[in-house]
Write a protein that binds this ligand. Structure first.
Ligand SMILES: C[S@@+](CC[C@H](N)C(=O)[O-])C[C@H]1O[C@@H](n2cnc3c(N)ncnc32)[C@H](O)[C@@H]1O
Length: 214
């Protein structure tokens, strides 16, 4: 699996398919969290969310993990161009979340935007456990992703669009997933509670804030 070849085109493809809705989805909960001190972003991609996180919360230190070297280069360049003085607050880590070992109980913010959808259910379960262990007892977890409405035409349209997207990403990046996995029960099992949810595009996209209070 690699997003390297797709990385230079990712922003354009996103704009053609979704306009600015994915970005609205990524940042929807940013103003609703308490200022984080240490954030972990998994699969950040080209840095658009990271940039807004640093604008909203200038004091945060960020560990940004991505398996794509090219995506990390784009993210670093974006921060250098737009917020050069914040670059030192970000550690860009070229690594695979499946093999990377995070420090325990370290982060008060975890972010997984449009990344858990790259993995099959057993892998999502493993990643969720790993990230929950890396999170502090009172951490927030921001999650933006696709979702499938319960019924009606919207469900049919969402499933058809997702089927095409999975075909495209399987061909272009060799992701393992064949269908969308809902991480909700996995996050609940780790003690996280859904605190906010913002639907977009008739409920086919969601931005969620999860909170743990131990
Ligand atoms: C679909 S893109 C999403 C990018 C961005 N988060 C967004 O909101 O658009 C998935 C990102 O996760 C990264 N990724 C995929 N599998 C990964 C893994 N096993 N470990 C770390 N990063 C991974 C890819 O390189 C890519 O940047």
């Amino acid at each position: 699996m690699s997003f390297d070849a797709l990385a230079p085109w990712y922003r354009t493809l996103e704009w053609i398919a979704f306009g600015d809705e994915l970005q609205r989805c990524r940042v929807a909960c940013l103003g609703e969290i308490a200022a984080p001190r240490r954030a972990l972003i998994i699969g950040e991609g080209n840095g658009r969310f990271l940039c807004e996180l640093l604008r909203f919360h200038p004091e945060v230190e960020v560990d940004c993990i991505d398996a794509s070297h090219r995506m990390l280069q784009l993210a670093r360049k974006r921060i250098a161009d737009e917020l050069g003085n914040r670059l030192e607050r970000v550690h860009f880590l070229h690594d695979d979340i499946m093999s990377w070992s995070p420090p325990k109980h370290h982060y008060d913010l975890v972010v997984t935007h449009f990344v858990l959808d790259c993995f099959p259910e057993a892998v999502v379960a493993g990643i969720t456990k790993k990230l929950a262990l890396a999170a502090m007892a009172d951490a927030n977890w921001l999650l933006a992703d696709f979702c499938v409405p319960r019924n009606g035409m919207a469900r049919f349209c969402a499933r058809s669009r997702l089927a095409m997207m999975y075909l495209f990403f399987r061909l272009m990046t060799r992701i393992e997933a064949r269908e969308l996995v809902d991480p909700t029960p996995l996050m609940r099992a780790e003690g996280f509670v859904l605190a906010r949810q913002h639907p977009f595009r008739k409920g086919t996209l969601k931005s969620e804030m999860w909170r743990r209070n131990r």
